[in-house]
Design a protein. Structure first.
Length: 500
């Protein structure tokens, strides 16, 4: 099947969701999934270590290992979303299964006379974020999709969005987007999609009117996302004397993100020339990044450990591709040729995510059990698109600075051992990243699990559940009432560890 591509400049693409505060948050946030033990204790491992996923919190945790081992983990992700839109509610559930962690650590012990007791080398893969998700919203709105197209079209000369004689419609769509910008491209779609018309046929006119008549309209909206943000960690750790552990990690991040939106609008007046409008879009994103972690864990006595770590900003280089489809009763005969095979390719850009600080405390009750506490802080207002001297990125960075704020994260985990069986539980709280909590609420969650130690190997199971309310606009402009989505995410993880 033929695919048609063109490149759009940054000026054109800045109005897409492809570069916004939502995307900065998406790639700045990591979940607590990892090994089953890490998952069962809500990721509270900053002063504990001894778990491969604990390297995400504090890289000094590798130096706590007493022997070499290999761990692999698989998780089932259950998404339960309930979307409310104009007093209408819809529930959507989605399940996905992934190998979300695999790695090993090698412990190299020194001779007994050295203060440096050992060196540890670790490599670990973690699925930091699983983007598989879906929600469906529907309701009766007073704002039709025509407002989206009119907001872009008003002020755009009619003659500038007309295709040339002999030009294919899909070629004109790409050419206008590349040379005139995203707004003019959307005006083009609105006109040839039959949704709007100029107030007169003068090529110089820049005012438009809608073709649909309505008081209220019935709207349905499906958003499906898939992909991942994965991380490969290369770690080195060391133990100094009996009470100090040090470590550093180099992290290589990889992003694949797909976002499908399907929108249908009906319920116009009986005398309306348009009785149905369909408007779909597809975004594909790929990127790679790098970051560095450093950390330390200290034993204050046989019961108390403290830990601290710093994660540098992650520097991502990201590429976006974007496609659209639109149709209505008045759509051009060739409007179907503008589809997901006609792809806008945007210039590569850079995203710098915020750094993160974590402080940790653990209380060890001999071989019977432990309690662990982590506090993390990440200032989301420091996220930044680059180059910063680009005026459009400057606008978006100002928006990030004004709407996002500091995020405090609290994680509490506990473990109690009965012979070869370990019982675990945890609690997680994460503050809303928005200065105004009307956009996204605080996240809270609970976890639990069990582990079996067979001597040469271990089998662990962890279950976690988080709850968060999120307000989301269907489109970037025109439809100002958001859908409110209650997100309940449940993750079940099974891990197998082999000691050697």
């Amino acid at each position: 099947m033929k695919h048609i591509y063109t490149s759009l400049c940054l000026l054109a693409c800045i109005t897409l969701s492809a570069q916004s505060s939502a995307d900065a948050l998406r790639y700045s946030t990591e979940n607590t999934t990892g090994t089953a033990r890490y998952n069962a204790m809500s990721g509270a491992f900053g002063a504990l270590g001894g778990d491969l996923s604990a390297l995400n919190t504090n890289p000094a945790g590798s130096a706590v290992f007493t022997n070499s081992l290999f761990t692999i983990s698989g998780s089932n992700y259950n998404r339960d979303n309930y979307a409310s839109y104009f007093n209408t509610g819809n529930g959507t559930k989605l399940n996905s299964l992934n190998i979300n962690q695999a790695g090993g650590v090698f412990v190299l012990k020194s001779n007994s006379d050295s203060d440096w007791k050992k060196i540890t080398l670790a490599i670990n893969y973690d699925l930091a974020t699983n983007f598989d998700n879906e929600f469906f919203a529907s309701g009766e709105s007073r704002q039709g999709i025509d407002n989206y197209f009119l907001n872009f079209a008003q002020g755009v000369p009619f003659g500038s969005i007309l295709k040339q004689d002999g030009e294919f419609l899909e070629d004109a769509y790409l050419d206008i987007g590349a040379n005139a910008g995203f707004g003019s491209q959307q005006a083009f779609l609105g006109y040839y999609g039959g949704i709007l018309d100029p107030v007169n046929e003068n090529n110089d006119t820049d005012q438009y009117t809608r073709n649909a008549n309505y008081t209220t309209v019935n709207q349905s909206y499906l958003k499906n996302t898939s992909g991942y943000n994965s991380k490969i960690t290369l770690n080195i750790g060391t133990q100094y004397q009996e009470n100090l552990y040090l470590g550093a990690s180099l992290n290589f991040h990889s992003i694949v993100y797909d976002e499908l939106k399907e929108f249908t609008e009906r319920g116009y007046d009986n005398d309306s020339p348009i009785q149905e409008t369909i408007f779909d879009s597809f975004l594909h994103t790929e990127g790679n990044g790098v970051s560095l972690n450093i950390g330390a864990i200290a034993k204050l006595n046989q019961f108390i450990r403290i830990g601290g770590s710093y994660q540098t900003p992650t520097w991502y280089r990201i590429n976006d591709e974007f496609s659209q489809k639109v149709d209505s009763d008045l759509g051009d005969d060739d409007i179907g040729f503008i589809n997901f095979n006609v792809v806008n390719i945007f210039d590569t850009y850079t995203l710098k995510t915020p750094s993160k600080l974590t402080g940790s405390l653990a209380v060890i009750f001999g071989k019977q059990g432990l309690l662990s506490f982590d506090y993390g802080y990440q200032d989301m207002s420091k996220a930044e698109f680059r180059p910063t001297n680009d005026p459009n990125f400057s606008i978006e960075n100002d928006n990030i600075s004004n709407t996002l704020g500091g995020v405090s994260t609290l994680r509490i985990g506990g473990e109690y051992r009965i012979a070869l069986v370990s019982l675990r539980a945890g609690y997680r709280y994460e503050q809303s990243p928005y200065s105004n909590n009307n956009f996204t609420g605080d996240l809270s969650g609970f976890s639990g699990g069990i582990g079996f130690n067979f001597g040469g190997s271990k089998l662990d199971f962890g279950l976690s559940r988080t709850d968060q309310d999120v307000s989301e606009l269907l489109f970037t402009t025109g439809l100002t009432t958001p859908t409110v989505v209650n997100r309940i995410n449940t993750t079940a993880t099974l891990s197998y560890t082999l000691n050697f």
